[in-house]
Design a protein around this ligand. Structure first.
Ligand SMILES: [Zn+2]
Length: 322
């Protein structure tokens, strides 16, 4: 039979264990939250209802195809729970598909219905909702950074667990062939049309954007989009986010339109999601005030801050989201 002193000692040990576990959870919050996100937020992958589009037309009752400029198409997945948008940019010699879709349906036939030219796939980043459809192509061009080279072995890219994050939806990580390495700042010639490859860390360290100088058009991925920006997952960095906003503001014309990867704009219904440089300025201001400790968050983890009427940003704790 335990004495009173024994119970007190056990209680104290239990309290120390709980405090240590909470400390570890706070220290590794991006990873803990990533692991808990799916069980805490059960969701259907595909909305069973047909999508009602504000622009474009449906293909195969799943993909939304919307011309957004000459030989330029948004290919959306409005019934997918994350409402992703990929972009097909067609030149005279070849086309670039920016993001391969989630892989919930095969995006290959839609792409082939829009161009017969060779298609180069470049993904905005390695998360499963952007790389999941790469199986339709099997290969991609990859930004040449130390962290992407670290994933490269025997001609293939092997994204790590927290780079692909497919465990959220029970997806196996793909290992596509890397056809070419792209230097940050490199210009891609599509034939009569060129795109600049930009390194845009923040959401993830190896995030990429494509800029079309002739059209003042930026394909930006998940760095910025209407609704809620995720700056709290493993690899996200607020200082990298801020450095990228400052660089975009310094380098791009004020009338640049940003074509983003998640739908939708406030009050516009389901259509390819876009933002302007004013939204980049608003994000930059929010990040500077956030880093100066001038903003109050709502929520414990992730911590949510308003940006403007189109966006909020969710961050981690200062010590694991520097
Ligand atoms: Zn995404």
């Amino acid at each position: 039979m335990a004495t009173r002193g024994g119970w007190v000692r056990r209680g104290a040990i239990g309290a120390v264990v709980v405090i240590c576990l909470l400390g570890l959870a706070a220290l590794f919050a991006p990873y803990v939250y990533a692991e808990l996100m799916a069980p805490l937020n059960p969701h259907a992958i595909t909305d069973p209802q047909p999508a009602v589009l504000a622009k474009g037309h449906m293909v195969d009752d799943y993909f939304a195809v919307e011309p957004i400029g000459p030989a330029t198409f948004a290919i959306g997945e409005p019934r997918y729970y994350q409402q992703n948008y990929a972009y097909l940019i067609i030149g005279q010699k070849r086309a670039v598909l920016f993001d391969s879709g989630s892989g919930t349906r095969d995006i290959g036939p839609v792409v082939r219905s829009l161009t017969r030219l060779p298609v180069t796939v470049i993904v905005s980043h390695l998360h499963f909702d952007h790389l999941g459809g790469i199986g339709a192509f099997g290969k991609l061009d990859m930004i040449d950074l130390p962290q992407t080279r670290a994933d490269f072995d025997h001609g293939r890219l092997h994204p790590k667990r927290y780079e692909f994050m497919g465990f959220e939806d029970g997806l196996a990580t793909p290992s596509p062939t890397v056809e070419a390495w792209l230097k940050p700042g490199e210009s891609l010639d599509l034939g009569g049309r060129s795109l600049a490859v930009l390194s845009t860390p923040g959401h993830t360290p190896s995030s990429v954007a494509l800029y079309e100088p002739a059209a003042h058009r930026l394909f930006i991925g998940d760095f910025i989009y209407p609704t809620t920006l995720y700056a709290f997952l493993p690899g996200a960095s607020l200082s990298a986010y801020r450095a990228t906003t400052k660089r975009l503001l310094a380098d791009l014309p004020g009338d640049t339109i940003l074509w983003t990867a998640h739908c939708c704009r406030v009050g516009e219904g389901i259509a390819a999601p876009w933002l302007g440089m004013r939204d980049v300025r608003d994000l930059d201001l929010t990040l500077s005030r956030l880093q100066a400790g001038q903003l109050h968050a709502t929520g414990f983890y992730p911590r949510r801050y308003p940006v403007n009427h189109e966006m909020t940003i969710e961050t981690g704790f200062p010590w694991n989201n520097p």
